[in-house]
Design a protein around this ligand. Structure first.
Ligand code: SAH
Ligand code: SF4
Ligand code: F3S
Length: 440
């Protein structure tokens, strides 16, 4: 037998890419590849890329420039670009960086083994199709490489919403939901391997409409069904759109104990004028009323969000509306970005806000969000929370886990094992994590 070929994958962007990278590793595992953490040891390097903002896309080209010299020391090294930059730019990537041998979009990973063979035979391979067949059904079965107690499971892909700033509908394609039976099989398989927490993924995961017993299922119905799996203790989902939060999903936050009290619900802006220009199709008030209903169902729900500042046409008054909305909600966690014009999207044609203005707004918004995050964390001190321990911490004897509210929690106690869910009393709050002791 020849020595196994080594595969190095670097993942950018969202959790869907994290999930896809694992599936790509499995697909190439069937072609004889084992994973390596060292790019200079690899026979194949894949960059699983993100196109969401200009900076994210440019990172790929600088990384490719850094990797190129490795081909001099290992003439057998092949370099591939996968993910959303691959989908958006296709063959253009090879023109810009001739060291690239392979370009594969997010919907054709199952074709990687054939593409790899073509590249090994001396060719180049590009596949950015949106194929008829479902990529998930054509990946090797039973080869899940993930061993950690918390796992991702993609149940939905693509987006039909076409927010004016966003590339996702173009890079990931139209909304598709995986059938219930397939999701259940994958979930049971993960649980049999020791997984105790599953995060259901989708670009618009709460728009899930998979085929199941008796017709089309909603995300709420899927969650309630998953919750019946013994040994699966925690369920989360991300990312959601406010317009797809139906009554049953809101109710599930109150009556389904395995559904964790954390919700990432992006709003982007607090100004109705900007929300309209963004094509978000709801008002700031509708969002606030939705949050009220969610909190009525689950009063301790920790809310997370995404914000864009400096969207074309955003005035000082529009930005003040965003700050106002943030104060009204009180986020436990949030992501905020300066608007980045993306080629091919409607907003890219519009006049931009001056960069200094956008930067100043971003600083002010981030200061407020950071303050809210710290307050929510500080309020955890003295409380008892459940923590699923996932890995050793940075200090000797320390273990790291996630609380129900998705806070990173570290505890130093020799009794703790990975995969265990324990009650922890929070004793202090740091900038990005909480510390505590096992509750007696
Ligand atoms: N499906 C999710 C978002 C996916 S993209 C949703 O609808 O909320 C993640 C975040 O990136 C978005 O919520 C948005 O805040 C940000 N984003 C997307 N396009 C952007 C752009 N052109 N410029 C700046 N931020 C952007
Ligand atoms: Fe992008 Fe909007 Fe779709 Fe989210 S809902 S992925 S922001 S187009
Ligand atoms: Fe980026 Fe594509 Fe995800 S653009 S955020 S990797 S869907």
């Amino acid at each position: 037998m020849t020595e196994a070929k080594k595969l190095y994958i670097k993942t950018y962007g969202c959790q869907m890419n994290v999930y896809d990278s694992e599936r790509m590793a499995e697909a190439l595992g069937a072609s004889g590849y084992v994973m390596t953490d060292a790019p200079d040891q690899a026979d194949m390097i894949l960059l699983n890329t993100c196109h969401i903002r200009e900076k994210a896309a440019e990172k790929v080209y600088s990384e490719l420039g850094r990797l190129k010299p490795l081909k001099l020391t290992n003439p057998d090294l092949k370099i591939g670009v996968a993910g959303c930059v691959a989908q958006a730019e296709g063959e253009e990537i090879m023109r810009r960086q001739p060291a690239v041998d392979l370009v594969v979009g997010p919907q054709t990973y199952h074709r990687l083994p054939a593409m790899e063979a073509a590249v090994r035979a001396g060719g180049r391979a590009v596949d950015t199709e949106f194929p008829e067949e479902d990529k998930f059904d054509h990946l090797p079965k039973g080869l899940h490489t993930r061993r950690a107690p918390a796992a991702f499971l993609t149940v939905q892909e693509g987006c039909d919403k076409f927010c004016a700033f966003c590339v996702v509908p173009y890079t990931r394609g139209a909304e598709v939901s995986r059938p219930v039976a397939r999701v259940m099989t994958e979930a049971r398989d993960l649980v049999a391997r020791g997984v105790r927490e599953i995060t259901l993924l989708g670009q618009n995961v709460n728009a899930y409409h998979g085929e199941g017993d008796g017709g089309t299922w909603t995300l709420a119905r899927l969650i309630r069904h998953l919750a019946r799996i013994d040994r699966l203790e925690r369920i989360r989902f991300t990312t959601s759109h406010p317009n797809d939060m139906d009554d049953d999903l809101i109710a599930a936050h109150g009556d389904e104990p395995k559904l964790m009290p954390y919700l990432h619900l992006p709003v982007q802006s607090g100004s109705d004028r900007i929300l309209r220009a963004m094509n978000r199709k709801h008002t700031a008030d509708a969002y606030l009323r939705l949050i009220e209903r969610l909190r009525a169902a689950r009063p301790d729900l920790l809310l997370s969000g995404d914000f864009i500042v400096g969207f074309p046409g955003e005035s000082d008054a529009d930005f003040d509306d965003t700050m106002e909305l943030v104060r009204a909600v009180g986020y436990g966690q949030a992501f905020s970005f300066k608007y980045s014009p993306r080629p091919g999207t409607p907003a890219a044609e519009r006049a931009t806000v001056p960069d200094e203005v956008a930067s100043d707004r971003l600083h002010r918004l981030q200061a407020l969000l950071t303050q809210q995050q710290r307050e929510v964390q500080a309020a955890m001190v003295g409380r008892e929370v459940a923590v699923l321990f996932e890995k050793p911490g940075r200090l000797p004897g320390q273990m790291m886990g996630k609380s129900d509210y998705l806070h990173a929690v570290h505890v130093t106690d020799p009794r703790i094992e990975i995969g265990q869910i324990a009650r922890v009393r929070i004793t202090h709050s740091g900038p990005n994590s909480l510390g505590g002791v096992l509750a007696e």
